[in-house]
Each structure stands twice: as structure tokens, then as C-alpha cells.
Design a protein around this ligand. Structure first.
Ligand SMILES: NCc1[nH]cc(CCC(=O)O)c1CC(=O)O
Length: 305
């Protein structure tokens, strides 16, 4: 059979995630391991390392080049951290599968907890959500910009550029760094929409690839990630917005928790909603309710406001 080409970014975590997809395809379809080729595509987000992502401007920092390769037929599918995928995608590209989610929490590295950070501690992060949440909890903290892949950030921490940093537990676990940091429960720090989920995109009209990928889809993860993305979409927000959202399925019900913050953490609104899994309205209605409650410092951040 012809080689099946998986496109991915080249970071160590991206490659591990692409390998997860390859292994699942090989196991599901009984292919030889060499039936799948991993194709590395460099993205704008990989190239620009010295500025906050929000500053680079333009969306699709992690997806544009992979989208181009996908639409040009250079790859059959593209593997993404769903957290980094914009809510509005080109019509010719479809999410073909979302793998079972890894833990959704953030971890703190360099301190036992946010509360345990010394007065005035310096925390490195490039995430507007993490920065706002940290400053909400601890207005005394100084936030410095930490870009780069997981290993780069851990190296910056080890070099003393900050006292602590926050990273997604999912990435650390996938990189085999199970021992790094302390998990922060979602009640204290709600994660980013789609954190911990790996998705695979294909050309919308490529029925063959979509049906090969369909068995990799994990139903509950798919429902939760789509719900969180719908929450972001209603706000007109993206992964550079100070927004947290986590959907979970417990028995017969889908629970969505969410938080919007002012950039400096000086204001926040949080709430939750429950519905039957797959209820299309839970996310947009919670988004509208929270926006309606939010002070101007938060409302002004969202195009949907
Ligand atoms: N924006 C970077 C990014 N995108 C996905 C992950 C981690 C893996 C995941 O959330 O699935 C990370 C690093 C981090 O936030 O620590």
C-alpha cells in the first residue's frame, strides 16, 4: 500500500504525538510500521522564539504551514495539540479524530504550589491565561516571558531565569517527565480549552483518510474538546486569550467549567453549566452568561462581546 504521510511540527512533544497517531493507525489497520511516514513541517510559532505569541500577530501560528502542506497533498493528515488549533478552521480541513485525552491539568515547576511561591517570586510563562490566573491568585508575582518548547522552558528555569514556571501535565507526561512539577487541581487553576488533547486533521473531501482515522476518535474526548472549543468560538477568542475552560463527562452529564480574566488578573468571572453530552447550546450559553456578568476590562477583550 502507498505510504501514509503524517504531518507534524518538529518539537520533541509534537513528534511523540505524531508517533502516537502512527502507532494507533498501525495497530488499528494491521499495517507495517513503515507504511507510515512522518513529515516535519516548520511553523511560524516554531520559527519566532523571542516574542510573545500574542505580539507576532496573525493567527494560525502553529497550523498555517501544516494546513498548506495538507491542502497541497504533501501530507495526508496533520497532528496537532488541539489547544493550539484555532476555533475557526478552513472549510476544506476537518478534524478527523481526537485521541483519548491525557490529564488536563497544569503543573507548577519550581515550587510546591502557587501559594508556596515566595513573596514577589518571578514566574516564567508565555500564556496570557496562566499569567492572568497567577496574578489573580498572587498579585505580588512578577511574570516574565518564557517561550520555547517544554525542554527549553525547563532549561530556562534551571538557569535561574525564573523561580517557577507552569506547564501542561499532558506534555510533561508524554515526554516521559512524569516526575517534573506538582499538579495544580482545576479548582485552583482551570486549564486551557482543549489542553491535553491531540487531534488529527485531514482534507474534508478525503473520505479514505477520514475513514482510516475515524477509529482513532475517542468519543468522550471529542465531545469535551468540541464543547470547550465552542466556548472559545462564541467569545471570538483563541489560545492567546485569558480564557480557561474544562468540560468533563460524569455519568449521564456533561459539565463545563469556565473562567474569563482581565489580562492583569485584576478581575475574573467564572461559572459552570451542565447538560446532556452533545448538547450544542451549553458552551455558547455559558459564554454569553459570563460575558454579560463581566466587567468592561474583560468584555473589551472579546470580539464576540
Ligand atoms: N502552547 C504550547 C503547548 N501546546 C500544547 C502543550 C502541551 C500539551 C497539551 O496541552 O496537549 C503545550 C505546552 C504547555 O502548555 O505546557
Amino acid at each position: 500500500m502507498p505510504a501514509f504521510r503524517i504531518g507534524t511540527r518538529g518539537s520533541p512533544l509534537a513528534l511523540i504525538q505524531a508517533n502516537m497517531v502512527r502507532d494507533a493507525l498501525v495497530a488499528t489497520h494491521g499495517w507495517e510500521a513503515d507504511a507510515v511516514e512522518i513529515v516535519i513541517v516548520r511553523t511560524t510559532g516554531d520559527r519566532v522564539q523571542d516574542r510573545a505569541l500574542a505580539e507576532i500577530g496573525g493567527k494560525a501560528l502553529w497550523t498555517k504551514e501544516l494546513d498548506r502542506a495538507l491542502l497541497a497533498g504533501e501530507i495526508d493528515c496533520a497532528v496537532h495539540s488541539m489547544k493550539d488549533v484555532e476555533t475557526i478552521r478552513p472549510a476544506a480541513i476537518a478534524i478527523a479524530a481526537i485521541l483519548e485525552r491525557e490529564t488536563t491539568c497544569d503543573r507548577i515547576i519550581g515550587a510546591e504550589s502557587v501559594a508556596a511561591l515566595r513573596e514577589g517570586a518571578v514566574v516564567g510563562t508565555s500564556s496570557p491565561r496562566r499569567s492572568a490566573q497567577l496574578r489573580k491568585l498572587r498579585p505580588d508575582l512578577t511574570i516574565v516571558l518564557f517561550r520555547g518548547n517544554v525542554d527549553t522552558r525547563l532549561a530556562k528555569l534551571a538557569a535561574g531565569e525564573a523561580d517557577a514556571t507552569l506547564l501542561a501535565a499532558a506534555g510533561l507526561v508524554r515526554l516521559g517527565r512524569h516526575d517534573v512539577g506538582t499538579t495544580i487541581p482545576p479548582e485552583e487553576l482551570l486549564p486551557a480549552p482543549a489542553q491535553g488533547a491531540v487531534g488529527v486533521e485531514a482534507r474534508a473531501d478525503d473520505e479514505r483518510t477520514r475513514s482510516l482515522l475515524a477509529p482513532l476518535n475517542h468519543r468522550d474526548t471529542d465531545i469535551c474538546v468540541r464543547t470547550e472549543r465552542a466556548f472559545l468560538a462564541e467569545l471570538g477568542a483563541d489560545c492567546q486569550s485569558p480564557v480557561a475552560a474544562l468540560a468533563t463527562i460524569a455519568g449521564p452529564s456533561l459539565l463545563l467549567r469556565a473562567e474569563l480574566l482581565a489580562i492583569d488578573g485584576s478581575a475574573h468571572v467564572a461559572g459552570n453549566a451542565a447538560a446532556a453530552p452533545g448538547d450544542p447550546d451549553i458552551a455558547p450559553s455559558l459564554a454569553r452568561d459570563l460575558l454579560a456578568e463581566a466587567p468592561e476590562s474583560i468584555r473589551s477583550l472579546f470580539a464576540g462581546a
